[in-house]
Design a protein around this ligand. Structure first.
Ligand SMILES: C[S@@+](CC[C@H](N)C(=O)[O-])C[C@H]1O[C@@H](n2cnc3c(N)ncnc32)[C@H](O)[C@@H]1O
Length: 288
């Protein structure tokens, strides 16, 4: 026979279950201060955008420990939105013994049934599978911050975003401390739609996080500008196998003339390459 519990004991158990299922904001903030790569004010902005726009299917690209995934999962407890997170790396770049996004499974078990993670290589490889024919209504993009980084990621994501989807970019002002990190500032200015501005006291006028409600993810004029961004100088050159996968994916979704802008940029960077990546012999020859 089980021992009878006093009311006080019952209350205590109830409280501990509740706090395990839904950490107090202070506990959550404490964990995220260590594992999210967003400041608490940036996390609040992301949370506010989610709570105002109420997305049902969120795509995240750029995961690390999983801090921003937890913010997205926590902000959607009421709506039950699904979050799909993708990353180039399967192992967390900040903690290589752990899987990318590990804190979701290890620290926030109650949130993990609404979360899917795929990682390893360029993320376009996973997009058909994870979208399952349905579009996402929010994208949170936070990857390399240097060219071509997010310029390539956004072109991977757009075919899977709905009209009116909200896009949030992080590190839009990182160039204030690292001159190479202009990518997300340029990207935010290139996207067409209604901007969700944030008055960031740390970076007045040029906040380090920003969002936009996209008019039309496949707007031809905007697509030209986004492909033109890929022609800007790159600070790193992705492996050739990645460029090939991206080229083939882009050809499936975009006009060949636009993809040509990306191809020319790949050619230019491989021809002038000095950073040790293997240079393919002869002219570039993409194999489908
Ligand atoms: C700044 S961290 C993400 C931080 C996370 N969003 C957060 O706030 O806690 C950048 C992540 O982007 C990933 N990444 C870098 N380049 C990428 C690419 N081309 N495609 C997908 N993920 C990429 C890295 O592996 C890393 O996990």
């Amino acid at each position: 026979m089980r021992p009878r519990l006093s009311n006080a004991e019952r209350e205590l158990i109830k409280k501990s279950i509740q706090s395990a299922e839904k950490p107090e904001p202070a506990t959550l903030n404490h964990i995220l201060d260590s594992y999210a790569e967003l400041t608490s004010i940036e996390r609040q902005y992301l949370r506010d955008v989610v709570q105002q726009t109420k997305p049902k299917r969120i795509l995240e690209i750029g995961v690390s420990h999983g801090g921003s995934a937890v913010v997205l999962l926590d902000a959607t407890r009421d709506t039950g939105a699904r979050i799909t997170s993708l990353d180039y790396l399967q192992q967390c770049y900040k903690a290589p013994s752990k899987q990318t996004g590990w804190i979701v499974h290890e620290m926030f078990v109650d949130l993990s049934d609404r979360w899917t993670f795929k990682g390893g290589g360029v993320v376009c490889q996973y997009l058909e599978e994870v979208s399952r024919g349905e579009k996402f209504d929010m994208l949170f993009l936070d990857t390399a911050h240097q060219n071509p980084g997010e310029f390539l990621n956004i072109l991977e994501a757009l075919p899977h975003l709905d009209k009116g989807a909200v896009v949030v970019l992080h590190d839009t002002a990182l160039y204030t401390i690292d001159l190479r990190c202009t990518t997300n500032h340029i990207l935010l200015s290139t996207l067409k739609g209604k901007r969700i501005l944030f008055d960031d006291p740390a970076c007045p006028n040029v906040p380090n996080i920003g969002g936009i409600v996209l008019d039309d993810p496949m707007d031809r004029d905007m697509l030209w500008a986004l492909f033109a961004n890929t022609a800007l100088p790159w600070t790193y050159t992705p492996p050739f196998v990645d460029c090939t996968l991206l080229h083939n994916y882009y050809l499936k979704h975009y006009d060949k003339r636009l993809v040509n802008i990306f191809d020319k940029s790949v050619e230019r960077h491989y021809q002038g390459l000095t950073n040790g990546c293997p240079v393919p012999s002869g002219s570039l020859n993409y194999v489908a």
